[in-house]
Design a protein around this ligand. Sequence first.
Ligand code: ATP
Ligand code: MG
Length: 218
Amino acid sequence: MQDPRVVVEVNRVRKRFMGATVLDDVSLQISLGDRVAMMGPNGAGKTTLVRCMLGFYHTDEGSIRVAGHDPVAERVEVLRHVGFIPQLPPPVKLTVGELLHFVERSSGTSAESIARKAGEMELDVAKHSQKPFFKLSGGMKQKLLIAIALARKSRLLIFDEPTASLDPRAREHFYELLQSIDYEHAAIYITHRAEELAGLVNREITMDLGKVVVDERI
Ligand SMILES: Nc1ncnc2c1ncn2[C@@H]1O[C@H](COP(=O)(O)OP(=O)(O)OP(=O)(O)O)[C@@H](O)[C@H]1O
Ligand SMILES: [Mg+2]
């Protein structure tokens, strides 16, 4: 019987790109309450691993379960439980207003609750609602994606370098918002600035050359 607190189960996963092994026998489990700083040098395989969890990539060997589902075969079910803030924002052509309505219709999360979260990061959604998403500044895109993920109350939050395009003040607001998450969840923060996550995370996973080399509670 699967432990209901386990949100992510990665079992002996291998992934190759054009003959090169990018994930090399990776196994890990992430449960509700785990807040993970995922670290490691450029090219270690961090983004590839989360993309496998989200069903963007097939694995060559091993298996992955997210909220009990196969990310590739049951993508819709998996994405229902996951909020993902990518390293590079997607080139969405919808306006900000249209995007919020799309999220509202597809997930039942009210546009108003998203706007409220965005407001906590000083992004005024109403002011930009007619603007295509891709024309927002890098930091504004990041804030909006963060607001959507938090408003949806996702069981698993995955942030891939979320603060890279935020200015110092926005970064502060972002961390405050994360401290205030008031429902049970698991989170993975891919980061090169672990010191900024102190107090927010309780587990550290380091990858190097496609392997998990450190996995410890802190
Ligand atoms: N779609 C792809 N096609 C081919 N190779 C890829 C692809 N995506 C990633 N790779 C390769 O996989 C390796 C791991 O990349 P990945 O993006 O997972 O690293 P990362 O740990 O996220 O690094 P960074 O800290 O720079 O974001 C790299 O060598 C990269 O070139
Ligand atoms: Mg990456």
